[in-house]
Design a protein around this ligand. Structure first.
Ligand SMILES: Cc1ncc(COP(=O)(O)O)c(C=O)c1O
Length: 409
């Protein structure tokens, strides 16, 4: 029997028959773990000793003063081990892999963050690890490839299709079909066939649980609005799940507006009229696809948001109106990124900076009594090449040229 789950009309488990037994096993392991309080306890204990949980909530005093409206708080997922919320998901799935007695993990990665997180988890638990990455992304994200290999993972460049994230996902599924007896596919976001959207959300919900408790302790009341960037949707689902029942709290997901919605070079599946409903990669959601159902090319300055599909749970929350979706363009993102650095001394990932863009547009029009909460899903050190390019930093360009000369000498 294939277990499945829908969120409104979205979700499901459209998998090849050969994977049925593996999905049954995974569903069973996850359902048992979910009902077992000792499992959550073990998960949160590991996260507190290995990954800096609970991550703090930082009051952004200078930004609050500068923008002159709502009080701004930032949830610091950047302080996780490996620099992003991805750690929550991979450690959780690593514990499940141990429960299932498997010894090998595979994963897809676009920006490399999920690949590094998975390779880290594999090193900790002694699993063999293979990471699939589009050949173009391997070229663009060399520092993360370097770290994955140092951590002991094999990184396989995928040469099919447009050689980016969606192609890496297809290749990971192909591997899984061949090696399902000893292998678990650590999917990196709240997408894909059931149980992945629910399972990834379950592990990421630690963000929202903590954030709700922390804001109540600090301010004694709930925020008016919560902002998160949306790639596949895992950090957004993580923080939103702490506030879904609180109908006074507006939830805002911010997608990649890329070079502008009009240019077609973006990844705005839910916040533009370019997304349409379809089934691909094992689940039903909004995709950026052409009229034949072929996936379109997406674009974002933030590699982690550069994906054609989106969490079916978020697609459903869009339809019910519980979450509002907006987009931020690349240039707005680089501007917000610079403002956060200069005003607060924090370095958000370019992905996270999307959430800041929308919050900065809205905060000045809100009252001083309002509280807003922004999820800083990761840290931006990884973005040094992209940001330096976008800002055209001449000293950085000189440094790169000197390094290149050294190698050529
Ligand atoms: C720092 C950071 N934030 C956000 C994302 C987007 O993923 P998701 O929407 O699953 O949170 C990524 C993906 O790589 C990321 O690295």
């Amino acid at each position: 029997m294939v277990y499945t789950r829908y969120y409104g009309q979205f979700g499901g488990a459209f998998i090849p028959e050969i994977l049925t037994a593996t999905f049954d096993e995974l569903n069973r392991a996850f359902n048992e773990a979910k009902e077992d309080p000792a499992f959550w306890q073990e998960f949160s204990d590991i996260m507190s000793t290995y990954s800096c949980r609970p991550t703090p909530l930082t009051f952004a005093e200078n930004l609050t003063r500068y923008l002159g409206g709502a009080r701004i708080y930032i949830k610091r997922e950047d302080l996780n081990h490996t620099g992003a919320h991805k750690a929550n998901n991979v450690i959780g799935q690593g514990l499940l892999v141990r429960r299932m007695g498997k010894r090998r993990v595979i994963a897809e990665t676009g920006a490399g963050q999920h690949g590094v997180a998975t390779a880290t988890m594999a090193a900790k638990y002694g699993f063999k690890c293979t990471i699939y990455m589009g050949e173009l992304d391997v070229q663009r994200q060399r520092p993360n490839v370097f770290w994955m290999e140092r951590l002991g993972a094999e990184v396989v460049p995928v040469k099919d299709g447009t050689r980016v994230l969606k192609d890496a996902i297809n290749e990971a599924f192909r591997d899984w079909v061949t090696n399902m007896d000893n292998t678990h596919y650590v999917l990196g976001t709240a997408c894909g066939p059931h149980p992945f959207p629910e399972m990834v959300t379950f592990f990421q919900s630690i963000i929202g649980k903590e954030a709700r408790r922390q804001i109540m302790e600090r301010e004694g009341r709930l925020p008016s609005r919560v902002y998160a960037c949306v790639g596949g949707g895992s950090n957004a689902m993580g923080i939103f799940s702490g506030f879904l029942e609180d109908t006074s709290v507006q939830l805002i997901g911010v997608e990649a507006g890329g070079k502008g919605i009009d240019t077609g070079l973006h990844a705005a599946r839910l916040s533009s009229s370019d997304g349409s409903i379809g089934v691909a990669q094992g689940y039903k959601t909004y995709f950026l696809q052409d009229s034949d159902g072929q996936m379109k090319q997406t674009h974002s300055v933030a590699a982690g948001l550069d994906y054609v599909g989106v969490s079916p749970i978020l697609a459903s929350l869009k339809e019910t109106g519980r979450v509002r979706f907006e987009s931020a363009t690349d240039s707005e993102v680089v501007e917000a990124f610079s403002l956060v650095l200069k005003k607060e001394g924090l370095v958000p990932a370019l992905e996270s900076a999307h959430a800041f863009v929308q919050a900065f547009k809205e905060a000045p029009n809100m009252s001083r009594e309002d509280i807003i909460l922004i999820n800083q899903s990761g840290r931006g050190d990884k973005d040094i090449f992209t940001v330096a390019d976008a800002l055209g930093d001449p000293k950085w360009q000189e440094f790169i040229k000197t390094k290149a000369k050294e190698y050529n000498a």
